[in-house]
Write a protein that binds this ligand. Structure first.
Ligand code: DLL
Length: 433
């Protein structure tokens, strides 16, 4: 179902004229109210009036996470605190969190976008949404919550954690849509199995998963284990939270970006040059309707490409492909660029490997080593040592063949790698570089 038929299927020409008007308004307001933007524009010799076409966006300076940190906590807000009704923050593994604010109109915009997203992911008014994204400073829980209410669905605000209780509620309340991180969805499936509950007997139809990277192979694994159709949802707090893009369940091939609210560009992260559709690079987003926290050419660090082909679902909004990694989580192992998602893809192809793994990188005698700890099924684990060694060898060979790097593969017992209730942490880099 298309939630906002007028905007989501708008002809490109009409859309572009709305984008230009909104971009001009955003740039003027940012210039007038946020000292950071005024300084940046002045540094580039630009005035808001210089933006006369969508192409002029390319003249504007980029905004990076460091800029938000430098203005911590509220320095990038474009409205007085009187008008801010909500504050969220991204956890941030290093340094200070990134703080974002919303006016009451922003909350409404976000709810609309999330209603669109949930509908694209298969939700209707009749659905019961089991929302296992964390509620709190993280945008996942409340983002889905407000969208579900706006859509008119029933939402169970279960949040993350207390997994056994979640299984009970899934059994008793009969939710039809699951929203969570993909890793937590698998954890829920495992917990259900332990409690003798089969997802086949539950009512779930769709799962809407995001907030962390997951491969196509991981999708297949989840769809099979949970007996659902799984779609990918993307977003980041700096831009609004979840709802920056969503796959439609009809195509499950690229996430539609609500371009009446966000303008997407792909740049080469090294040269910062804007790349044409289809080419892979760093996603850059400009918000064109947000009031409290507008972002102009925000460098997401997420790696993807854009696809302007028409979609079977009827939406005219451009799609971005699945995130293949982040510019800052790319591991360089003995000179080879490796994304954790590539290793995940290799692992998930192998029968007997479970979707739980961790990568550890060390440096010994100036040489990088990559250790892949991966869980295997009970059947494989109870094999003889020799068999296990052979199995580990096969995995190492596949990794070497596809990625060109040698890895030390350690097979782990089922359920021995720590499960997370939110975003899974899959990489431990001990190199201190
Ligand atoms: O993760 C917002 C969100 C909540 C998205 C719920 C989807 C569902 P942050 O905590 O600010 O916000 O983290 C944003 O997470 O830059 C990506 O690197 C990663 N990420 C988010 N969604 C996806 C996805 C939320 N579908 C950062 N695939 C982003 C891959 C994702 N990575």
């Amino acid at each position: 179902m298309i939630y906002d038929i007028e905007y989501e299927t708008m002809p490109r020409e009409a859309l572009e004229s709305i984008q230009l008007r909104r971009l001009q308004a955003t740039v003027s307001r940012a210039y007038a109210t946020v000292p950071y933007y005024r300084k940046k524009f002045e540094g580039a010799g630009l005035k808001p009036g210089d933006i006369t076409s969508l192409n002029d966006l390319q003249q504007l300076p980029f905004t990076a996470k460091q800029d938000l940190r430098d203005n911590y906590p509220f320095g990038m807000f474009a409205v007085p605190m009187d008008n801010v009704v909500r504050i969220h923050a991204s956890s941030g593994t290093t340094g200070k969190p990134t703080v974002v604010g919303y006016t009451s109109r922003d909350i409404n915009t976000w709810a609309e976008l999330m209603a669109r997203a949930l509908a694209a992911g298969g939700a209707t008014r009749g659905d019961i949404i089991h929302n296992a994204f964390g509620y709190g400073l993280f945008t996942g829980g409340l983002g889905v919550h407000y969208g579900a209410e706006k859509l008119g669905a029933s939402v169970i605000p279960i949040s993350g954690g207390n997994t056994k209780r979640q299984v009970l509620i899934m059994k008793d309340f009969g939710p039809t849509i699951l929203t969570s991180t993909p890793s937590y969805a698998l954890h829920l499936a495992e917990a259900a199995e332990e409690m003798g509950v089969s997802f086949k007997d539950l009512n779930f139809r769709f799962g809407i998963f995001g907030a962390e990277p997951w491969s196509e192979n991981m999708r297949r694994e989840i769809e099979e284990k949970l007996n659902i159709t799984a779609v990918d949802i993307y977003g980041l707090s700096e831009v609004i939270g979840p709802g920056v893009s969503i796959e439609c369940h009809e195509a499950k091939s690229g996430m539609h970006i609500p371009e009446d609210h966000f303008i997407a560009e792909i740049i080469d992260p090294a040269t910062k040059e804007v790349l044409p559709y289809g080419e892979t690079g760093e996603l850059v987003i400009t918000s064109i309707t947000k009031e409290a926290f507008p972002v102009i050419r925000y460098r997401t660090r997420d790696i993807t490409s854009l696809n302007a082909e028409p979609c079977v679902c009827g939406r005219t909004m451009i799609r971005m492909n699945k995130i293949s990694g982040r510019t800052d989580d790319m591991l360089i192992i003995r000179g080879v660029n490796v994304f954790p998602s590539q290793i995940e893809s290799v692992l998930m192809e192998i029968e007997g490997v479970e979707p739980h793994y961790q990568l550890e990188v060390d440096r010994k005698d100036n040489l990088d080593t990559l250790t892949v700890r991966v869980e295997v099924s009970q059947g494989v684990f109870s094999d003889e040592v020799k068999e296990l060694q052979r199995f580990g060898g096969t995995i190492a060979k596949e990794i070497k063949e596809l990625l060109g790097i040698s890895a030390i593969v350690k097979l782990a017992e089922p359920k021995s790698i720590a499960r997370s209730e939110g975003k899974a942490s899959r990489v431990i880099d001990n190199r201190n570089i």
